[in-house]
Design a protein around this ligand. Structure first.
Ligand SMILES: *[C@@H]1O[C@H](CO)[C@@H](O)[C@H](O)[C@H]1NC(C)=O
Ligand SMILES: *[C@@H]1O[C@H](CO)[C@@H](O)[C@H](O)[C@H]1NC(C)=O
Ligand SMILES: [Ca+2]
Ligand SMILES: [Ca+2]
Length: 306
């Protein structure tokens, strides 16, 4: 009986203003001591009044706001000149932004990049040239793409970022460093996965795999490895191309001189693609523990570092 009243009451509250969303109803509840709800056993009236009063107070606070919103909605219904910014649905590539040209949205080369003096914002390109920022590289590529005056060299139409940080001499990775790298990489992958789980940034599917990794030692490294491989495989063709390695390679090369040789070594048949079997082998994992369990509902924006 009480719960029906509660539902009814909450329902009415929710209906009382169309704009009030679920979260507001949730906001009502924490202030009321739910543990003491028993006290209201014979006092449903009192409980309802309490809720009602609280709702009223909030209504008053928000009256203007709501009125404004309703007016806006009505205005839009009566005057269906829906003003959506056409640029909002345009997706311009790196180094480009959307701009209105007469009545049409258009992608143009980004006119200005933020001034970057910080060393750590510098990037090293595939031509082993240091540029002030990733923005500057993409802007240059765009300019050369459209043969704009800002293009310094026609070849720059193929410019891309090799890694973040100024270009540096590649330190050799060998001996103990190289031997120990797969273990460190496994460890790192697991920690990134755990970190994302703690921040609730994994899909339900990968949350399950993380939980499994936490509770079953034999699945610990394997699940993290499978998750990362799936995560890198942006186009879900079940292999990781060189291009798809970018999010893991570019930010780490400057910090970790073994990452590039390590990733090279993963593509053991040298076909420029890393299969799950190759990935497992280069992380020195037991092939039997690696089940391809990708969640095809990937997050739209891949995480840069994890
Ligand atoms: C890239 O440039 C850095 C410094 O500018 C230099 O030390 C290094 O040897 C170069 N690397 C290659 C592969 O040419
Ligand atoms: C841990 O994972 C292994 C490999 O998948 C499996 O065989 C084993 O049953 C699991 N252990 C537990 C306690 O779930
Ligand atoms: Ca792929
Ligand atoms: Ca391969």
């Amino acid at each position: 009986m009480r719960s029906i009243w509660l539902l009814l009451c909450l329902g009415l509250l929710a209906l009382s203003s169309q704009v009030r969303a679920e979260e507001d109803v949730e906001n009502l509840l924490p202030d009321i001591d739910l543990d003491n709800i028993e006290d209201f056993d014979e006092n449903d009236e009192e409980f309802l009044q309490l809720l009602e009063q609280k709702a009223k107070n909030q209504d008053l606070e928000r009256e203007n706001e709501l009125a404004q919103k309703l007016a806006d909605v009505q205005h839009n219904i009566l005057n269906p000149v829906v003003e959506i910014d056409p640029c909002e649905t345009m997706h311009c590539g790196a180094g480009r932004i959307c701009q209105m040209n007469k009545d049409k949205p258009e992608c143009i080369c980004i006119p200005e990049c933020p001034e970057e003096s910080e060393q750590r914002r510098h990037v090293c390109t595939n031509k082993n040239e240091t540029w002030p920022s990733d923005c500057a590289v993409y802007q240059q590529r765009c300019w050369c793409d459209i043969k704009a005056p800002g293009c310094l060299n026609p070849e720059n139409a193929h410019l891309h970022i090799d890694y973040y940080g100024a270009c540096h001499e590649s330190r050799v990775c060998d001996g103990e460093d190289l031997k120990d790298f797969p273990r460190r990489m496994r460890d790192w992958l697991f920690n990134v996965m755990r970190d994302l789980a703690e921040r609730d940034e994994l899909t339900e599917h990968y949350m399950q795999m993380e939980l499994e990794a936490e509770t079953n030692n034999t699945r610990r490294w394997a699940n993290a490895a499978v998750w990362k491989w799936c995560d890198l495989d942006g186009d879900t063709d079940r292999s990781v191309s060189r291009h798809e390695l970018f999010p893991i390679r570019a930010p780490l090369v400057s910090l970790e001189h073994c990452i590039a040789p390590f990733l090279e070594s993963c593509d053991s048949n040298n076909d420029h693609r890393i299969t799950l079997v190759e990935w497992g082998a280069c992380l020195e994992l037991d092939a039997d523990d690696l089940n391809e369990r990708c969640d095809d509902v990937q997050k739209a924006v891949p995480h840069l570092l994890g």
